[in-house]
Write a protein that binds this ligand. Sequence first.
Ligand code: FAD
Ligand SMILES: C=Cc1c2[nH]c(c1C)Cc1[nH]c(c(CCC(=O)O)c1C)Cc1[nH]c(c(C)c1CCC(=O)O)Cc1[nH]c(c(C)c1C=C)C2
Length: 555
Amino acid sequence: MAQPHWAAAQLAGVEKMTRSVAVLGGGVGGLAAAHYLCRLGQPSRVVVVEASHRLGGWVSSTTYPDQVVFEHGPRTLRVTGNAGMNTLALAEDLGLADQVRGISSSHPSARNRMLMTLMMQVGGKLHKLPNSLKALFTKKPPFSKPLVASAVRDLMASKVINEDESLFSFVNRRFGPEVAKYAIDAMSRGIFAGNARELSVKSFARRLHDVEQKHGSVLLGLLKDRKNAAKTDSNLETRELVKRAKREKWSVWSVAGGLENFVKALEKNILENNVDIWKNVPVKRIVRNGEKLVLQTDKKDLEVDQVISCLPSNIMSSVIQPLSPKLSTLLSSIPYVTVGIVNLEYPGHLIEEPGFGYLVPSSEPNRVLGVIYDTCTFPQGDRTILTVMMGGYWFKEYFGNNPSHESLLDVAVSEVQQSLKIKIKPKRHHVEILRDCISQYVVGHSEVVCSARKLITDLKLPLALVGSSYDGVGVNDVIMSAKNAAFMENIFRGNYMFICYNLASLNPDIVRVRGVLLGEEFCVCRLSFDVMTNRRIGCCSPAIMTSIGGPNCSP
Ligand SMILES: Cc1cc2nc3c(=O)[nH]c(=O)nc-3n(C[C@H](O)[C@H](O)[C@H](O)COP(=O)(O)OP(=O)(O)OC[C@H]3O[C@@H](n4cnc5c(N)ncnc54)[C@H](O)[C@@H]3O)c2cc1C
Ligand SMILES: C=Cc1c2[nH]c(c1C)Cc1[nH]c(c(CCC(=O)O)c1C)Cc1[nH]c(c(C)c1CCC(=O)O)Cc1[nH]c(c(C)c1C=C)C2
C-alpha cells in the first residue's frame, strides 16, 4: 500500500475518560451532531446549547387544530447522492420509516419542479421547462432555440482556466445566455434565494467546474470522467428506506405532519441517549482555558474538551471574536440573505397545471422569488396550500429594512391572483420574515471555508464548523457535515489512529473499499488493523478531510 500522505490524530492509547463535547445550536445540524456523537462511539458528555425556546432552527412547521400543516422552512429532502441516502438512513434509525412520504420521479411535482417560470416579457405566463429527452429537441419558450443547441455550444466553447467564477458567467460561457438568464438565474433563487451573478460555481457545482478545467468541455468531461463521479456508499444502499426509495423511484420526501417531526424525533433520540439540551441559552463568547474551551453565556459557563459549532457563520463570527479575531473576520465575510415567506390556504383544488411550483427569474419586474404548490406535492384534503417566497438577495431593495407583514401578504396574494388566477381571498395565512436565513456561497466561498478550518487547525482549537454556512445549504448536506464532525470527534477521542491517504497515489479500488466504523458507514473511508501498533486505522479521502478541516485541506 502507498505511504500515507500525512498522519494525524492521537496515537495515544484509547482514552477512557469521559470527554465533554458542546454542540452549539439546536438546529437540524446541531441535533444531528449530537445524535452521531452518541451513535458513533462511547458516549461523551454531550450538551446542546440553543439560544431560542425551541429546537429545529429553520426547520419549522405549524400544525393547526384542524391538522392543516404549513411549512415555513424546508419541506422536501433530496433522495440522491450519499447525503440524500444518509438522511433516509437516519430517518429509519429514528423510527420514522412509516411516516416518511416519498414523491416518485413520475409525480407531477417531481417532473414540473423549478421548471415553471413566469416570464412577463415573453408571454406573461407560466412556462414548463423541458423535462424529457424529446423536449430537449423542441423549441419552447422562453428559449429561442431547442435546449440541445446549448449542449452543442458547450462542446464548441473554448476552456477558460480559472480558480472560481460566478455560476452565471460559467453557464453563460458554456451553455449560452438564455440558459444562464432563465434556468440558472431561477435555480439560484430557488435554492439560495441568491444572485447567480455572485454565487460560486465551484461551491455549487464543483464537478462541472472541475471537468471543464480538466477536459475543456463540461458534457464531454462528465462523460470521460464518469469513473471519478462520487461513488455511492453501498452500505447505505442496503438500508430498508433507501431500498424503498430506489424501488419506488422517489425524487424527494418529507415526513407526515411536517418536517418538524423529523427534528422532534431527533430530539427524542438524543434525550434518550442522555444528551443535555439547554434551551433559551445564547452562547455569547468562547474563550480558552489551557486545552479546553469555555462557553460563556448570560446564565452559566461551560468548560468542554471539544466544541462542534452548528451556529450560522455570522453568529459564530461574534462568538469566536475574543478567541481569534482573524477567524471571526473570515466567518463574517460569508454573506446572508433574508427571505419573506407567506403561507396561503384556499378552499378547493385551484391549481390547473400541477407541479412543484414556479420560480421567477431576476430579469422579471417581480419581488417574488417563487411559489411552491405545497398541496400538489403533499395533498391535505380539499384545499390548496401555497407558499410564496420573496426578497432574498433583493430583500432590502424591494421591501426596505422592516416591511410590515400586511405588505408581504398583499404582495403574495396579488402574485397568485396574477399567475394562478386565484381570485378568492385566502382562508388562512401565515407571514414570516426569515432574517439572514440562507448563507450565500459567493465566488471564493470554498477558499474562505478552507482558510477558516486551516486557522482552527493551526491554532489547535478543539473546534469543528458544521451547518449550512459551509458545505452545502440543504438539510442533507448539513446532516452529513454533522456526521463528519462527530466522526472526527470520535477519532480525536483516541480510539483510532487516523491516516488520510493521498488519493492520487493509491489504487482507487483500495481507497473505495467501504469502511465500517463501529457499525457506521462512511463513503470513501475504510478501517483496517495495524498489527504494529495494535490499533484500528481509519483512512478517508481528502474530500472528507476538507469538509472537516484536516491539515491537507484543499478547496
Ligand atoms: C425558506 C427556506 C427554505 C428551505 N428549503 C429547503 C428544502 O426544501 N430542502 C432542504 O434540504 N433545505 C432547505 N432549506 C435549508 C435548510 O433549512 C437548512 O439547511 C437547515 O435548516 C440549516 O440547519 P442548521 O442546523 O445548519 O442551521 P439553523 O437552522 O440556522 O440552526 C442554527 C441554530 O442555532 C441557534 N442559535 C443561533 N444563535 C445562537 C447562539 N448564540 N447560541 C446558541 N444557539 C444559537 C438558532 O436558534 C438555531 O436553532 C431551506 C431554508 C430556508 C430558509
Ligand atoms: C424561491 C425560493 C426558494 C425555494 N426553496 C428555497 C428557496 C430559497 C430553498 C431551498 N430549496 C431547496 C433547497 C435544498 C437544496 C439542496 O441542496 O438539497 C433549499 C435550500 C430544494 C430545491 N428547490 C428547488 C430545487 C431545484 C431544489 C434542489 C433540488 C431538489 O430538491 O430536487 C426549486 C424550487 N425552490 C423553490 C421553488 C418554488 C422551486 C421550483 C419551482 C422555493
